[in-house]
Design a protein around this ligand. Structure first.
Ligand code: SAM
Length: 266
């Protein structure tokens, strides 16, 4: 699939839930989060239909995200089903890592290729403050479990205020070097103000190279994180929603006012 700006669309990011076991200060409000009703969240079968339709039209790379994907029941069987779709060359998952000690091996056995783990600091007090309820030791043991399970490469997503020169980011970089992990630094973004930046050490943030579509957990295909355009797979069917999203993909992101990271899938 090529969009009107000649970008080949090969990458689908799938959010399986808007729920999360953390409340990172830059992502989700601490209290009073209005979550989707269970009835409004796509079933795994509906998500698989969208992925299959995407793959038929040239999607080769699929990333499972959320919310926190590991809090949705049945995630291992779902990953197994996705891994069984012929044509997917790269199947990855983004997680905060809190539940990885339990899930790393089953994920690898299910056919997941690789994993991205979010870690902004290795300082326990700072981690609890940023995530408002997390324990960094859970993530550190989750990372070891992912290594033992053979999920490779393991990439660490580190959100920074301004740059990778900050103290927490430098400590995360040193930790990654010692532990054979790749690190990517992502500047804190603000969807509403249209503040988005290049991802240091990874792809993302360069609109002219963007090859992505996103599927939200309530069944909308979004062609751009920084835009409110979206197409309902339940109203249009997966094929037509994907076709319209590709045709409607904007040249460049501007701002998005009605969704936050946790319900688009960062
Ligand atoms: N719960 C999973 C996790 O923590 O990785 C997956 C979903 S989370 C929304 C995906 C990524 O988006 C995480 O790496 C997170 O740090 C990033 N993210 C969330 N809000 C952000 C923001 N305002 N600016 C930059 N990155 C953000």
């Amino acid at each position: 699939m090529f969009d009107p700006f000649d970008r080949r669309i090969t990458y689908l990011r799938v959010s399986v839930t808007d729920r999360c076991n953390l409340r990172c200060e830059y992502c989700m409000p601490e209290e009073g989060v209005s979550l989707l009703a269970h009835a409004d969240i796509l079933s795994y079968e509906e998500i698989l239909q969208v992925i299959r339709a995407g793959v038929t039209h040239g999607i080769e790379k699929v990333r499972i995200t959320g919310g926190e994907p590991l809090v949705r029941k049945g995630i291992i069987d779902f990953i197994k089903s996705v891994a069984g779709i012929e044509g997917i060359k790269d199947l990855s998952l983004t997680t905060n890592g809190v539940l990885l000690s339990e899930f790393a091996m089953p994920l690898a056995d299910a056919g997941l290729h690789r994993i991205n783990i979010s870690l902004d600091t290795i300082n326990p007090a700072r981690y609890s403050k940023i995530t408002r309820r997390g324990d960094v030791s859970d993530v550190l043991s989750g990372i070891q479990a992912a290594k033992q399970a053979g999920l490779k490469p393991i990439k660490i997503n580190c959100v920074v205020h301004r740059s990778s020169k900050e103290e927490d980011a430098q400590a995360v970089a040193a930790f990654c070097k010692e532990n054979d992990l790749e690190v990517r630094f992502i500047r804190r973004m603000n969807l509403e103000n249209g503040e988005f930046g290049i991802v240091e050490g990874g792809s993302g943030g360069d609109c002219s190279e963007c090859n992505r579509l996103r599927l939200t957990s309530d069944g909308m295909i979004k062609p751009c994180l920084f835009n409110d355009i979206e197409f309902s797979v339940q109203q249009l069917g997966p094929e037509e929603a994907i076709r319209r999203a590709v045709l409607g993909k904007p040249a460049c992101g501007t701002s998005s006012n009605h969704r936050a990271f946790y319900n688009v899938g960062g």
